[in-house]
Design a protein around this ligand. Sequence first.
Ligand code: DAH
Length: 340
Amino acid sequence: MENRIRELKAQIESEAAKIASLDELKEVRFKYLSKNGAIPALMKQLGSLSKEERPAAGKVINEFKVWATELFDESEKDLASKALLKRYEDEAIDVTMPSKTRKAGHLHPVTLVRNELIDAFTGMGFTVFEGPEIDDDFHNFTALNVSADHPARDKQDTFYINDDLLLRTHTSTGQIRALETMEPPFKIISPGRVFRCDDDGTHAPMFHQMEGLVIDKNLSLCDLQGLLDTLAKTVFDKNTKTRFRPSFFPFTEPSVEVDVTCCECHGAGCNLCKGTGWIEILGGGVVNRKVIENCGLDADVYSGLAFGTGLDRIAMLKYGVNNIHLLYDGDVRISDQFRK
Ligand code: DAH
């Protein structure tokens, strides 16, 4: 019996030394201590001993059992703490690693300009009037006093859908649609996409404009000057000055082109303004009485002021973008720079 115990003890010690996991320990413990394991088997052999030998042998087996149980318990504690340590190591987070950020969306520069203008003009009592992008010859040209032989009607500039329908070439169509549907006096701005068959560094086939129209009695060019001064100061800065230059548009008479002091050099002269200190940002004027008449209103009673500006152009000037295509290529390295 003693030999057998010594043998088993050596066996357990050598096996215990090799145990590498809690699962392995469970197997070894089962092998020696379970009901049919090697140690209970020793107990069963007690029956073959004489009555006198039995108590001492039972005691030795019991001590052996306690020893083995403690050994396994000890080993279990050890393995469990090692497993926990390993888990900590495996799950360790390197707080110095760059994080996987999910970028929030933000507004396109043209939308930023559009929103600023809408804000400023609605503050002056204007409402936003949106016209259709597909319109007809009458609203895009005829009603706006663009004669049948005007070069702007040339197929090179206009995307025609059929003989009558086209993609609007300017938001001035909003003037006609508003005059047809709204009761004067009114003040509207009409921002939106416009389309022209044109494509180079400063022109894209699709771009954005915002039209303004005021219809009331006794309006003059002076009223327009105040409005456009506000527009310039809103999109650029409050020290921006405006100046009117005489110009020609079929839908306004008199017509003006409006310059603002250069947003880069503030009037001193630089590359952006080609040394003049001024940059043209919009066209406008007193609405031609023919336009008012074309929409069925009495031009002796009502007068109007109109202006139209390019939102992309303003965004490019304001944010220093030198190619209009950069606004539409969808390169996040560009658009990210407009995060506000
Ligand atoms: N429609 C013109 C353009 O696309 C801009 C414009 C000029 C609009 C004068 C107006 C205006 O309302 O009075 O170039």
